[in-house]
Design a protein around this ligand. Structure first.
Ligand code: ATP
Ligand code: MG
Length: 640
């Protein structure tokens, strides 16, 4: 179908000094477990592991099981002990313009105080702590404080409703909740604690609510239960001796984004998770901790924030930027202003953001000095080739390689991605399993497809940062991921291999369209639409149709100057037909102002399908803004 022939060689300078070179693939192919055992030595272990993988009871894996380590020590203390205490760990940029830089030495003190504070509140090894915070340094500190004492965090997106918080508190049986009075969103303080109060009042199991003062707005207070973060931490010692825990000590529970249905509570553990988060961050971003300034724009409430704001970068001693707010507050150049201010060298963002910047126009990033950028990352959804090219040209100035990283909450860390010093990159493809990772594409029967073939993405060998189970539901873990194909992990994503054997993600299996007996990928039709100059963003779904089984219905957001007309719709249909073939032509195309997205920015096609099929909407609790659905529904006359 879609032919993408552009290819970009890695910059020679980057290749010459790359952290990880082509030989890593070979080394890992020869001895996969030996390769991961070497990567585990990136970490400081109190007891070095002698076992690498225990796969005697699949799909329940144990990695580095006889090793002991403290995750927070690895992310903080050891950098201070190595003489890098004065290095900035976090440059925090608040939305209103306040900023604060925290060195590794200061981070060590803050994490220690918070750990002592949690101990004072009775939190211990194995307890669950829910974290519901804005993007402020206390979010990182709270997570590391839990890790330091062997408690598990369960971070809930700041901005989720009381119902969503309550469901997650109940599922994890959290003892303490850490929140804030509020955070800044779109130029205004936005309260967080009322949602926590509403959620917590439903249980008598939550013993304390710790509240960070961020906005200073008035906050309801429950005496005896509520504790100010600053009062709790200021009275603690800045000394805390980290205890080493077993490698399989649970580190956190995190719920998936809820794009396809009810979120699943994914359980991650310590040694294997940190090994792969650390290795992939080092390899895929080529991080040089002495000189790079790294910025991951994801929210801490998403797995990307866990692995690539907290555990990956901090275990590698990175200096990073953390930004509290939205990309258009107070103006649409805010991200680029931040890149310029801190001299960001590595940027990790999501396709949804890139398509939004594309819609806002090239002239906005052009006003800022982005010459410091040397590696650009993408994660969260397939990136349309047009958006990839826009990112490369307007943000990377045709020199910074783009790494399109495929992974999931369940995989814990990146799995399929180019390496910036090795791979000749292709717009729109995640390309190659990372060294030590075994991924492929299989057909309906589970047989590996050849080059040029399509089907389902599977992982064929266990990996260190794999989920260990769905919290409290081993059977659902087996059913969801390990039952579709014997002995293989089923990722739930459609994929194909091109003629070179590179992997292209084609969208979720739940979203694949079946038109007149042909499987058609949502991603390919969306990318064809986005490749038209009038379209900034597109979502397509298959809606039941009497003659073709399913018919393609497309929802598009137009670029600045374009307006909806019958001519434009006809032109777009023909454009898709010309790009992909007549069978892929959408039956209906509608211009909309917004698309329904999860809080992590992913398009929720299942809701669009509900609309297109004139059904009641499914679970909307993970949606950013439910009024979007009213707008879309009002545009769409009942379909048959
Ligand atoms: P749920 O599982 O609850 O429906 P979710 O799958 O959106 O939610 P996440 O774990 O946050 O939850 O997202 C992982 C998914 O995101 C992948 O399975 C894939 O569909 C998509 N994804 C992530 N990165 C990429 C990428 N680089 N290319 C293509 N798809 C990607
Ligand atoms: Mg998923």
């Amino acid at each position: 179908m879609l032919k993408e022939e552009r290819k970009f060689a890695p910059p020679a300078e980057l290749s010459a000094h790359a952290n990880v070179k082509a030989d890593a693939y070979e080394r890992a192919r020869e001895d996969r477990l030996g390769f991961w055992a070497e990567q585990a030595r990136r970490l400081s272990w109190e007891t070095e592991p002698t076992e690498t993988l225990d796969w005697s009871n699949p799909p329940f894996a144990k990695w580095f099981a006889d090793g002991k380590l403290n995750v927070a020590y690895n992310c903080v203390d050891r950098h201070v002990e190595a003489g890098n205490g004065d290095r900035v760990a976090i440059h925090f940029e608040g939305e209103p313009g306040d900023s604060r830089s925290i060195t590794y030495a200061q981070l060590k003190d803050e994490v220690s105080r918070a750990a002592n504070g949690l101990i004072e509140l009775g939190v211990g090894k194995g307890d669950r702590v829910a974290v519901y915070l804005p993007m402020i340094p206390e979010a990182v500190i709270a997570m590391l404080a839990c890790a330091r004492i062997g408690a598990m965090h369960s971070v809930v997106f700041g901005g989720f409703s009381a119902d969503a918080i309550a469901a997650r508190i109940a599922d994890a049986d959290a003892k303490v909740v850490i929140t804030a009075d509020g955070g800044y969103r779109r130029g205004k303080p936005s309260a967080l604690k009322p949602a926590v109060d509403a959620a917590v009042s439903r249980f008598d199991t939550v013993e304390h609510v710790v509240v960070v003062r961020r906005t200073g707005e008035d906050t309801a207070w429950t005496e005896g239960r509520d504790v100010w973060w600053h009062e709790l931490t200021e009275r603690q010692s800045a000394e805390h001796t980290p205890e080493a825990f077993e490698a399989e000590q649970p580190l956190f529970i995190l719920y998936t984004s809820g794009t396809t249905g009810k979120p699943k509570g994914i359980l991650h553990t310590s040694g294997g998770y940190l090994t792969q988060a650390s290795f992939t961050h080092h390899a895929v971003f080529d991080l040089k901790p002495e000189t790079d300034v790294y910025w991951c724009t994801a929210d801490i409430g998403w797995v990307t924030g866990h692995s690539y704001i907290v555990y990956g970068p901090l275990s590698n001693g990175a200096t990073q930027v953390m930004y509290e707010g939205t990309p258009d507050t107070p103006h649409q150049g805010r991200f680029w202003e931040i890149v310029q201010k801190y001299g960001v060298t590595i940027l990790y963002a999501a396709p949804t953001a890139i398509r939004t910047f594309m819609k806002w126009g090239d002239d906005i990033p052009a006003k800022f000095d982005l010459s410091s950028l040397r590696v650009l990352g993408s994660v969260g959804e397939p990136i349309n080739p047009e958006a990839w090219m826009w990112y490369r040209k307007n943000i990377g100035h045709d020199k910074a390689p783009i790494v399109d990283t495929w992974w999931q909450t369940e995989t814990g860390s990146m799995m399929i991605s180019p390496l910036p010093g090795v791979t000749a990159t292709k717009p729109g493809s995640a390309q190659t399993p990372l060294p030590g990772i075994s991924a492929t594409v299989v057909d309906d029967e589970g047989n590996e497809v050849g080059n040029g073939g399509g089907g389902y993405l599977v992982l064929t060998e266990p990996w260190p940062s794999m989920l260990r189970t769905i919290w409290g539901d081993d059977q659902r873990f087996i059913d969801t991921y390990w039952s579709r194909f014997e002995g293989k992990y089923f990722a739930g994503d459609g994929a194909k291999k091109d003629e070179d054997g590179d992997i292209w993600l084609l969208g979720r299996v739940d979203d694949v369209m079946l038109v007149s007996g042909h499987n058609i990928s949502t991603t390919e039709v969306e990318s064809a639409l986005v490749s038209h100059p009038a379209v900034a963003e597109a979502a397509v779904v298959g809606a039941a149709d009497q003659t073709t089984g399913q018919a393609i219905v497309a929802f598009v957001i137009l670029r600045g100057s374009a307006t909806e007309s019958e001519d434009l719709v006809a032109e777009l249909r023909n454009h898709v037909g010309a790009t992909l073939g007549p069978i892929a032509k959408p039956k209906r195309i509608m211009a909309v102002a917004e698309l329904p997205k999860t809080r992590s920015g992913k398009i929720m096609r299942r809701l669009l399908r509900d609309v297109a099929e004139n059904r009641e909407l499914g679970d909307v609790t993970t949606l950013t803004d439910s009024s979007v659905m009213d707008l879309i529904q009002s545009k769409l006359p009942a379909s048959g």
